[in-house]
Design a protein around this ligand. Structure first.
Ligand code: ARG
Length: 477
């Protein structure tokens, strides 16, 4: 039997079962229940304050809503799809509990602005939570960088040995990516933080509502400006999904390196047993499933962004039912991104760096060839000529099966008269690394400065989270 619909007055026939199944959203929007109740209580308080409904009725409604919240949390309230969505389910239960007065809650409100408010409340929490998860990964990267701060490994371009770099520098590259992710989330937060209720269906409402009062109750610094935009807009969801896509792209790059580094070919790191899994057939296997799955889940988060962009494309103002689909993409991006950040933060302290393998790898691939070219250039040889000369030196080494450091001064001097005894000490990897003292370079001093700066970055980020957590505290809590 189809449930009686709150909008049933105009209809002579009950909804077809297949239509109920097709149009329902309660199977996924039930996660909004607490926000729905929070928003309804704020709305109800405003209705009483503005004398739109009597204070005694408002108290009755609020009490009923608080009880419904407990029922949902205890799992005793049925959330079947015949109720269409969580908003209507809660309202139906309210009327069932307290009688027709429960029907006054929806005065001066539409489901369109109600949904917008619920999602906004959800997103406000999700952004702050995501920021805290980013912080945890950044802290893990920083701790690794500090733990292995003197370890040198080959830096790669084209996945070929290029120049030696500090392991700490490599880790801090990811810290920087996440710093930008954080900036994007913080910026998105300022636009999420606008209170939509009061737009009603699309045109606003004739009741003497006080939107600013509701905003104050719910800890919003401002209200949205245009009712039609408010019910038809999903920009902040898109901003979140797009920032989440970038976070996942960064995580998947890091995870790819962790996977490659933990292979026996590289043997640069070992991931703790608790974060690996075995094979059902090959007893010797220890697989890096956690980073692999993070890499794999990235696709879903990209897909959610594309779904949402496509959903919004060409939608006329104001609300269209298409918009109901927004939550599937948003919730998945929020959950997936958060779980990836969390598991990665837990795994990073369990990453052991094999400094000996990294040092051995640094000896291969003529990593200090650029340093030799720079040596020549510093002594007046035009850099292009220096490049050519060093190319010939490398070719000689390949033929002789020698490393650059193995060459004698006499051998080197055959290639250029400007080469003197001091060349030998500039060909070591340690000298190469340490010479790169410019800001942002891999030189020890520059990296130590970057590590110090990173602590300040984390501190500032935590101040943002704490400040906004306390600002969004509602006067209702
Ligand atoms: N479940 C719907 C959604 O999430 C509720 C809004 C329905 N509004 C309407 N005018 N039919 O978008």
């Amino acid at each position: 039997m189809a449930a009686k619909k709150p909008w049933g007055g105009r209809f002579a026939k009950a909804t077809e079962r297949v239509v109920e199944e097709f149009t329902e959203s309660i199977s996924f929007d039930h996660v909004l229940y607490a926000y729905d109740i929070q928003g309804s209580i704020a709305h109800c308080r405003m209705l009483a304050r503005q004398k739109i409904i009597p204070a005694a009725e408002s108290r009755k409604i609020i009490k009923g809503l608080q009880q419904i919240k407990r029922e949902i949390e205890a799992g005793t309230l049925e959330l079947g799809m015949e109720f269409e969505d969580i908003h209507m389910r809660i309202e139906a239960r309210l009327i069932e509990k307290i009688g027709p007065v429960g029907g006054k809650l929806h005065t001066a409100r539409s489901r369109n602005d109600q949904v917008a408010l619920d999602v906004t409340l959800y997103l406000r929490d999700a952004v702050l939570d995501t920021l805290a998860c980013i912080d945890a990964v950044q802290s893990g990267l920083l701790a690794l960088a500090e733990k292995y701060k003197d370890v040198i490994l080959p830096g790669f371009t084209h996945l070929q040995h290029a120049q030696p770099v500090l392991f700490a520098h490599h880790m801090m590259a990811y810290f920087e990516m996440l710093k930008r992710d954080r900036e994007r989330m913080e910026s998105c937060y300022s636009r999420v933080n606008r209170m939509p209720l009061g737009a009603s269906a699309l045109a606003g409402t004739p009741y003497p509502i006080d939107r600013e009062y509701v905003a104050g109750l719910l800890g919003f610094p401002e209200v949205t400006a245009n009712s039609m935009d408010t019910v038809g807009d999903r920009d902040t969801l898109l901003e979140f999904c797009s920032s989440a896509a970038l976070i996942m792209m960064h995580l998947s790059r890091l995870c790819e390196e962790l996977i490659v580094w933990s292979s026996s070919e590289f043997n640069f790191i070992e991931i703790g047993d608790a974060f690996c899994t075995g094979s059902s057939i090959m007893p010797q296997k220890k697989n890096p499933d956690v980073p692999e799955l993070i890499r794999g889940k990235t696709g879903r988060v990209y897909g959610n962004l594309m779904s949402l962009l496509t959903l919004m494309k060409s939608l006329p103002l104001a609300y269209n039912r298409d918009l109901q689909e927004d939550k599937i993409a948003l919730f998945d991006s929020v959950e997936t991104t958060r779980s990836c950040l969390r598991v990665l933060a837990a795994m990073l302290p369990e990453v052991q760096v094999r400094a000996d393998s990294m040092s051995a790898a640094v000896q291969e691939g003529f990593l200090t060839a650029t340093d030799l070219a720079d040596y020549l250039a510093a002594r007046g040889v035009p850099f292009r000529d220096a490049h050519e000369i060093v190319g010939r030196v490398v070719s000689y080494c390949v033929k002789q099966d020698k490393k650059l450091e193995d060459l004698t001064l006499e051998e080197l001097q055959q290639y250029s008269p400007v080469i003197k005894k001091d060349v030998l000490k500039c060909l070591t990897v340690a000298a190469s690394v340490n010479s790169r003292t410019c800001t942002g370079g891999t030189g020890g001093q520059a990296v130590r400065k970057a590590l110090r700066r990173a602590h300040a970055v984390l501190k500032k980020g935590r101040v943002f989270i704490a400040r906004e957590e306390s600002r969004k505290k509602t006067s209702m809590e």
